[in-house]
Write a protein that binds this ligand. Structure first.
Ligand SMILES: Cc1cc2nc3c(=O)[nH]c(=O)nc-3n(C[C@H](O)[C@H](O)[C@H](O)COP(=O)(O)O)c2cc1C
Length: 416
């Protein structure tokens, strides 16, 4: 066998192996719901409570899910020869599907090494990957692992005239981030009771006996911890001091971050950042209008996945009003509650150009470790294509002309 034949044969064997392992994964975890159920048993209890819990009694999370479930799409038949493509253009770049990995602090707690696993999966699949300010990987590492799909999310860090926030933006630019996302929906720090109840969320992280026993009963998670070490919050670590302990980095980050960006501050970042800028956490059409008037290219409709307070509207329910306000002047992104490709198509039908998910990827990590994010992307793409085909749309754009019943849609009072 010559070299070329050997390479071709081994690549064929590799592809077969990937296909076989994909089939096995699909059989064991045919939906994101299956991943969530398995993740609950596969990671330490305190970890599951961190990734899965929301504000209050999780009513906001339940509301996000119920609001998406309630959206019905009326199909037209006799028009669809094959499964349609779902690739999408966002800010001048083409992505394989309108699903991205939302920015998160602490995925490395869910699965040690999670940030790199998500970045690699997104790069492989060509879907957007947003690194969070308090993610477990540096901006520079993210730029290397996900050069074609890398977005960076910033929280407000206003001390010393935004010195730290502006430095993170400088690094994001140098590392090739395509999009800067300013998160505006954390004006106050709220606590999530399920986190507090397991010893997370308040004060320094000190594993107690139940936590240690939990870790010992999750051997795969423990092995990943031994391979990758404790979560480091790498982006912020260098500012807190090279020798800072994890708890010192956490308390440094808490001192630095706080409040929501004011419109003046947003304008300052607008001037500073030359690429596409997105505001994340918008729920009111007038805030969207204000952002668009300032030259912001993307509106990310979100209630932070139900993690702030329970009384916020489900993003899907305010999406049509925001879409009507924004028109084609900015790209509309939506997250909070996405658990399937069908949910993605519901959001597209109601005016979003793309969606992101947070918890779905964490459940994937919790169930499958590093293989989780890729499987979540595969599931969502497959389901989105099926949903699009089922309603008789040849393209994502056509999904917008389907007849929709949307019982929770918000009607905002006309602006004065
Ligand atoms: C564990 C966790 C940590 C998060 N951390 C951040 C963060 O650091 N910055 C941010 O903008 N959003 C953060 N979010 C919110 C997500 O970006 C996203 O808006 C939300 O997860 C979407 O809802 P879903 O989880 O229902 O998909 C976090 C979400 C989770 C679940």
């Amino acid at each position: 066998m010559d070299d070329r034949t050997a390479v071709a044969a081994s690549s064929r064997a590799g592809t077969d192996q990937v296909r076989r392992s994909g089939t096995v994964l699909h059989r064991r975890f045919p939906t994101i719901g299956h991943l969530r159920r398995y993740a609950r048993r596969h990671v330490p209890h305190f970890v599951f409570e961190y990734m899965d819990g929301g504000a209050g009694s999780d009513i906001g999370i339940a509301h996000n899910w119920a609001a998406l479930d309630a959206v019905e799409l009326v199909p037209r038949y006799g028009v669809m020869p094959s499964l349609p493509p779902v690739d999408v253009e966002l800010f001048g770049r083409r992505y394989a599907a309108p699903i991205g990995i939302a920015p998160m602090g602490g995925p490395a707690l869910v699965w040690p090494g999670a940030d790199a696993a998500m970045a690699r999966a997104a790069q492989r699949a060509r879907v957007p990957y947003a690194l969070g300010t308090v993610g477990g990987m540096t901006i520079e590492e993210a730029g290397k692992l996900a050069p074609d799909v890398f977005w960076f999310q910033l929280y407000r860090m206003a001390r010393n005239e935004h010195a730290l926030g502006l430095d993170l933006v400088r690094r994001a630019e140098a590392a090739g981030a395509h999009v800067l996302v300013l998160t505006i929906d954390v004006p106050v720090r709220t606590t999530r009771p399920r986190e507090v109840a397991v010893g997370l969320g308040r004060g320094p992280f000190r594993p107690d006996l139940p936590m240690l026993l939990d870790m010992l009963s999750s051997p795969a998670w423990l092995m990943a911890l031994m391979r990758h070490g404790r979560p480091k919050f790498s982006n912020i670590k260098s500012y807190a001091g090279e020798n800072a302990s994890t708890n010192e980095v956490i308390s440094f980050a808490r001192q630095q971050m706080g409040g929501a960006f004011t419109w003046d501050e947003i304008a300052r970042y607008r001037d500073r950042w030359r690429g596409p800028l997105v505001l994340k956490g918008v729920l009111h059409p007038l805030d969207a209008a204000k952002a668009v008037a300032m030259g912001i290219e993307g509106i990310w409709v979100s209630n932070h996945g139900g993690r702030q307070i329970e009384a916020l509207p489900a993003p899907i329910d305010v999406l049509p009003a925001i879409a009507a306000e924004v028109g084609t002047r900015a790209a509309l992104i939506m997250d909070s509650g996405i658990r399937s490709g069908t949910d993605v198509i519901r959001a597209i039908a109601l005016g979003a150009q793309a969606t992101f998910a947070g918890k779905a990827f964490l459940w994937g990590l919790g169930a499958l470790g590093e293989a989780g994010p890729g499987h979540v992307i595969d599931l969502v793409i497959e389901e989105a294509r099926a949903a699009l085909g089922q309603i008789g749309a040849h393209t994502l754009a056509q999904a917008r002309s389907v007849t929709v019943r949307h019982p929770g849609a918000f009607a905002f009072p006309k602006s004065p």
